[in-house]
Design a protein around this ligand. Structure first.
Ligand SMILES: [Zn+2]
Length: 456
């Protein structure tokens, strides 16, 4: 199969130029102006930007919280992902207590069978002991080089000492651990305070987890990494104060990778007061203008490494489980389809970042850290043909009704975005045409190498 993309502007982190892209048998064969070659399919990309396929570093599909299961599984979630230009998701395979990492990995491979974009797994671990440590080498052999630990959630949280030990152990093997940073004890005390006041609606949620709750967790993680000598990855960074802790740690020589999410550069804490405020209940919560400004500035200055959606969707009926108690609202929201257009609209259009930085934030750095570069994350000869054709002049309004995910709400409902993913090539095959998914279920497992620690 040969595809020729004509007349577009190829955007890479190092610059942009008008060039054609020739794809042969799943690989990028050539990038040059005016390619004249026989092709099975010719795509005219006049007026469009051509990016390496976008990588979402943070999704939760088919995650069982015990009380309920996420609205999206891999089948629905990856359909939404691919039409939004995400050619690979890194989902969190989750080792619940009492199960092994091998069990979790097998289970996630089964869950992901009907995927419409490529997929890899981080391994989220709820226990850290000799039995789990004995499994780590097998995870690397199975293509999993990144892990996750939580400072919060009773079912998942580990101790600071376990994070310290795991960081050392996994870094020696070429991996990195993402950590959900919040101060668990303090936020639980604040939940008790709000409940005692009878404050039980969604507006209580951000009060229980203010900026300092995250910043304290980030500061602690930074010191733990300073002591372990290992790299740290802060997942879903949401605050100016947290970003300041990352900066301070880097000044001390700590190797830190920072991920943020579209919701933290686009939405606002005031939205919890809306009638459907429950749909914004996620952790960390939505923040304030100063946080959005700081994160956008951090993106501009290259301090933020990549952008994952933390897609973890629930229907309004599921969200209603917490009608009388905000702590019973399942945490999370849908975002996997809208990441590129939100970043373009809120970060590129106002001039915070360039198109080149968009390529870096949505694809290249994730591919590097998570062991997929240069097969993925960059457009160059020999790379995998995962390609996005992005129309910067398109305009549309986000709605859950037109999004392909399976939940009946979107935190971005009604937001007008500029720029839209027009066509997507996955593994050398056109799977999205004019915004429509024409070839579902073409996703393949991405075996990942050890992390490329580019901040070392
Ligand atoms: Zn998450």
């Amino acid at each position: 199969m040969v595809i020729l993309i004509k007349n577009g502007t190829v955007v890479r982190s190092t610059g942009r130029r008008r060039a054609d892209v020739l794809i042969r048998d799943g690989i990028i064969a050539r990038i040059a102006p005016g390619i004249d070659a026989a092709a099975d399919r010719v795509i005219d990309a006049e007026g469009c930007c051509i990016f390496a396929g976008f990588i979402d570093t943070h999704t939760h599909f088919d995650l069982d919280l015990g009380v309920t299961v996420t609205a999206d599984n891999f089948e629905t979630g990856t359909k939404a992902a691919i039409v939004g230009g995400t050619t690979a998701v890194l989902d969190f395979a989750t080792q619940d207590r009492g199960m092994t990492m091998h069990d979790a990995l097998d289970l996630w491979h089964k869950k992901a069978e009907k995927s419409s974009c490529n997929y890899g797994f981080h391994m989220a671990v709820s226990e850290w002991n000799d039995a789990r440590k004995a499994e780590v080498d097998d995870m690397f052999r199975a293509g999993v080089s990144s892990f996750k630990m939580y400072m919060v959630y009773d079912a998942m949280k580990v101790t600071d000492g376990q994070i310290y030990d795991a960081q050392k152990f996994i870094a020696e093997r070429g991996g990195v651990i993402g950590v959900h940073c919040e101060n668990c004890d303090v936020l639980q005390a604040r939940i008790a305070e709000e409940k005692a006041k009878g404050h039980l609606d969604p507006t209580a949620h951000p009060i229980t987890r203010p900026q300092a709750v995250e910043a304290e967790g980030v500061a602690r993680l930074m010191r733990i990494a300073e002591l372990s000598g290992a790299p740290a990855w802060v997942v879903h960074l949401s605050t100016a104060d947290g970003l300041n802790e990352v900066r301070a740690a880097r000044k001390r020589g700590v190797e830190v990778y920072a991920e943020t999410c579209p919701q933290y550069i686009t939405l606002d804490v005031s939205q919890y007061a809306e009638p459907d405020g429950a749909k914004y209940v996620m952790s960390p919560p939505l923040r304030e203008a100063r946080d959005r400004a700081a994160l956008l500035n951090g993106m501009q200055r290259g301090e933020i490494d990549f952008i994952g959606t933390d897609h973890c969707s629930f229907t309004m009926a599921q969200k209603a489980m917490g009608r009388d108690d905000f702590t019973k609202i399942p945490n999370g929201g849908a975002g996997v389809q809208n990441r590129a257009e939100l970043v373009y609209t809120f970060a590129v259009c106002p001039g915070h970042i360039t198109l080149e930085q968009m390529a870096l934030l949505l694809s290249e750095r994730a591919a590097k850290l998570f062991g997929m570069y240069p097969k993925k994350g960059v457009l160059r000869t020999g790379s995998d043909a995962d390609v996005v054709i992005f129309d910067p002049n398109a305009k549309r309004t986000i709605s859950w009704k037109t999004n392909l995910h399976a939940c009946d709400n979107s935190p971005y409902e009604g937001i007008e975005v500029r720029g839209s993913v027009r066509d997507v090539i996955l593994n050398g095959e056109q799977v999205v045409e004019n915004g429509r998914l024409i070839a579902p279920y073409r996703g393949q497992y991405v075996f990942r190498n050890p992390c490329e620690r580019y901040r070392k």
